[in-house]
Design a protein around this ligand. Structure first.
Ligand code: ADP
Ligand code: MG
Length: 722
């Protein structure tokens, strides 16, 4: 029976012994060993070819197709030396997951199997049967063709398996009409658009020798680990990645004893092997620690160019899941696997810069650098205000809805936190001129002689969705299971739009004879006046903020259904089209895909809720009710009249369970909508409340039914036995 499997699970967990991984090689010596990196290319490619490919990688120069044959052949030789028999174009479809199609290097010929040629054109383009990837109507099912195209800016790598290796080639994925069907294409396009505008602005600051401006991203990944025996005893975790039932544990996270606590040995062993695996792939894993909830942890890599960080992040998530299984655990990346305990986010730290100017969000040492820094900050403030709806839309999903707006994650209102030092500078700019940093006291200085700002302003605000943290911004709303592509695309686009606006204004003002310093002052003043409403340094969790934000005209988009239509906002469409990131049609397709995924996710959860209620919770409850009735009957037969309040309580909750189950099943039966939006609205308004009713009755029963009959591993068991 179900309860037996729960017992067996507990015993199996207790008997678990932690395996050891091969640690003979010192970890630093493994770094990048599976990557077709610039240094490997330098050693294996003719100098001219190497230079051409590096110009594409470093400076975004167009790829010279004639180099493809040479690179392909070197790549194949390298891969075969590394034990690869197959190659795969890896792409990132709109589901947010990673897809790969493997082909053998070997082909039959007269003498049997022999190594086929791996030509430039095979490297450059693949043609997976793409009909089963979501496309939001961009490709009729009659035209299933989609193309993958080599993304030379992201290095190829070897995917290891004990039974054989595969050469993986990062690609973009587009339809035969050239429309983007993936998360990578807009990331590359937006990077390019941002770079173009940023270089234009830098030129106005006198930097004429800049080839490119790159956006950098460092994503902090939160996750849960639970023993696999519990996982396989929880059909809800298996189908939905989250628990659809479960009473709150008697001891949750209220003692704050898990955060940064000692890492359990088994988990540490997993983390050590994980770091080794990531290092081999050239993924710079850096920080590992316990998170707030029991069973919750975090992994943060060192930031990289956002395009690479994106690919690495995707590979990191897959690797985490794989390595966890070697330790008998399941890595849960869902944003809210357990109700009532902390959810998991993926804070995206970002900055922009290039190899010879460094980080442009670093407050500089000289007044001139500082002015440039403030102008870039101004661009971000304007962008976050103008595109707040977009920033909310790109983190919308059924699972992230459980997190945003609950009092442990940033609110659904997009605002920006500057910290007191930077706030002070912008306040003074708003007042019209004299600017002094807080630390320096009340200095009356013109904007041309801004005093140095301290790189680490000290104060932190954990409740803000978009916070300045000294030399970068941290976007905290993305969910643990999400690709960082959409957030980075949004950031690149809002930067392109704002920097374009600022550069245009500066050009106009200086052409009219205003000094450059005065022009900067004027533009920043205008930004602060028009967009200062988005700056909020207070407590984002407080109820008063909801009212305050409303009076400031900031949107509070609580659910995916409210948020995603922001992709169709006129400002968003105009900017995406103007900077060539996504067409109106491509944006609309993305909107449809998110709605479709949202509605399907909830429909699957609703079905699973009904099934578990019927096949696991009802039987356990009936058994116990029967047992209690038997006791009452026996007592009565023995002449003892005694009320049984437990039996009465169970009977009452059972009635609730049965009636809410009927409502849920009706809801599932009537699931329909004329559009993806309508289906989502139905899921939100009808299915979610019905599921919650069923859960409430079942969770109440969990506290009443005899423990030896209860079929599902409890929150206590799953979160604390590792
Ligand atoms: P915290 O938890 O204090 O926010 P972490 O050390 O967990 O900080 O994570 C910070 C993340 O920010 C790391 O991924 C780090 O590499 C990244 N980061 C640091 N500097 C920059 C920068 N200039 N641009 C982008 N990301 C950065
Ligand atoms: Mg952190």
């Amino acid at each position: 029976s179900g309860s037996q499997s729960r017992r067996q699970a507990i015993n199996a967990v207790i008997g678990h012994s932690t395996p050891h991984c091969d640690t003979d090689t010192y970890i630093a010596d493994m770094f990048g060993e599976l990557v077709f990196s610039p240094s490997v290319m330098k050693a294996r490619l003719p100098k001219t070819v190497y230079k051409k490919i590096m110009a594409t990688i470093d400076n975004g120069a167009p790829l010279d197709p004639t180099v493809a044959d040479v690179v392909a052949s070197a790549m194949k030789d390298w891969a075969i030396e590394k034990g690869a028999s197959h190659y795969a174009h890896v792409f990132y479809p709109l589901t947010g997951f990673t897809a790969e199609k493997h082909d053998s290097f070997l082909e039959p010929d007269a003498s049997g199997l022999s190594l086929a040629e791996f030509q430039g054109k095979t490297l450059l383009q693949g043609e997976p049967d793409a009909s089963s990837f979501p496309n939001g109507g961009l490709r009729g099912t009659f035209e299933a063709r989609g193309y993958t195209g080599w993304d030379a800016t992201s290095p190829a790598y070897i995917l290891e398996n004990p039974n054989g290796n595969t050469l993986c080639i990062p690609t973009i994925f587009i339809s035969w009409t050239g429309e983007a069907l993936d998360k990578k294409t807009p990331l590359l396009r937006s990077q390019q658009a941002m770079s173009k505008q940023a270089m234009r602005l830098l030129k106005l600051f006198g930097h004429t020798d800049v080839d490119t401006v790159v956006s950098y991203a460092g994503a902090e990944q939160e996750y849960f680990l639970i023993d696999e025996n519990f996982y396989y005893a929880r059909p809800d975790l298996m189908t939905s990645g989250r628990t659809l039932f479960g009473a709150p544990p008697s001891k949750g996270q209220e003692f704050d004893d898990h955060y940064f606590g000692a890492i359990p040995d088994r988990v540490l062993a997993f983390m050590i092997e994980l770091d080794r695996e990531l290092f081999k792939q050239g993924i710079p894993a850096k920080t590992r620690h316990n998170e707030v909830a029991p069973g919750q942890f975090e992994l943060a890599p060192v930031f990289e160019r956002s395009v690479i960080a994106h690919d690495h992040q995707q590979l990191m998530m897959t690797t985490m899941k794989k390595v966890a299984e070697r330790y008998g655990m399941i890595c849960l990346l869902h944003e809210k696997p357990f109700a009532g305990v902390n959810g998991s986010g993926k804070h995206v730290n970002f900055s922009l810069g290039n190899s010879h100017q460094g980080n442009l969000l670093n407050p500089g040492d000289t007044p001139h650098d500082n002015m440039q820094f403030l102008v870039f900050c101004g661009a971000i403030i304007r962008g976050v205000h103008k595109f707040g709806g977009l920033l909310r839309a790109v983190v919308a999903s059924a699972s992230n809805d459980h997190r945003l707006g609950a009092n442990e994650a940033p609110p659904a209102i997009i605002s920006i936190f500057l910290g007191s030092q930077l706030m002070d500078v912008f306040d003074q700019i708003a007042k019209g001129g004299a600017t002094a940093s807080k630390e320096a006291g009340v200095l009356e200085l013109g904007v041309d002689t801004l005093p140095p700002l301290k790189a680490d302003p000290g104060d932190r605000n954990r409740t803000s969705p978009f916070a300045f943290t000294g030399n970068r911004f941290e976007y905290r709303a993305p969910g643990s299971n999400q690709s960082i592509s959409d957030p980075m695309v949004a950031i690149n686009v809002l930067l392109a739009d704002s920097i374009d606006h600022i550069a245009t204004e500066l050009e106009k003002l200086t052409a009219d004879g205003t000094t450059f310093a005065d022009a900067c002052q004027q533009v920043l003043q205008e930004i602060i006046t028009e967009h200062g409403a988005v700056i909020f340094n207070g407590d984002g969790y407080a109820d008063v903020w909801q009212d305050e934000a409303r009076s400031r005209g900031l949107k509070n988009l609580r659910t995916t259904v409210d948020a995603v239509t922001e992709l169709g906002d006129a400002d968003v469409v105009t900017a995406f089209e103007k900077y060539g990131v996504l067409s109106a049609r491509e944006l609309e397709a993305r909107e449809d895909v998110i709605f479709e995924q949202y509605a399907l996710t909830i429909l699957v959860e609703a079905k699973e809720t009904a099934e578990i209620a019927k096949t696991m919770i009802l039987p356990a409850t009936f058994r116990y009710q029967g047992e209690l009735s038997g006791v009452s009957a026996n007592l009565k037969a023995a002449g003892i009249e005694s009320a049984n309040p437990v039996l009465e309580e169970i009977t009452a909750h059972l009635a609730e369970l049965l009636s809410s189950l009927t409502t849920l099943e009706e809801g599932i039966k009537n699931f329909h909508g004329d559009s993806e939006y309508d289906e989502s609205k139905y899921a939100l308004d009808t299915l979610i409340p019905a599921m919650l009713e069923v859960r409430a009755a079942a969770d109440a029963l969990e506290g009443l039914v005899a423990d030896d009959l209860w079929p599902l591993p409890t929150y206590n068991e799953m979160l604390t036995i590792l």
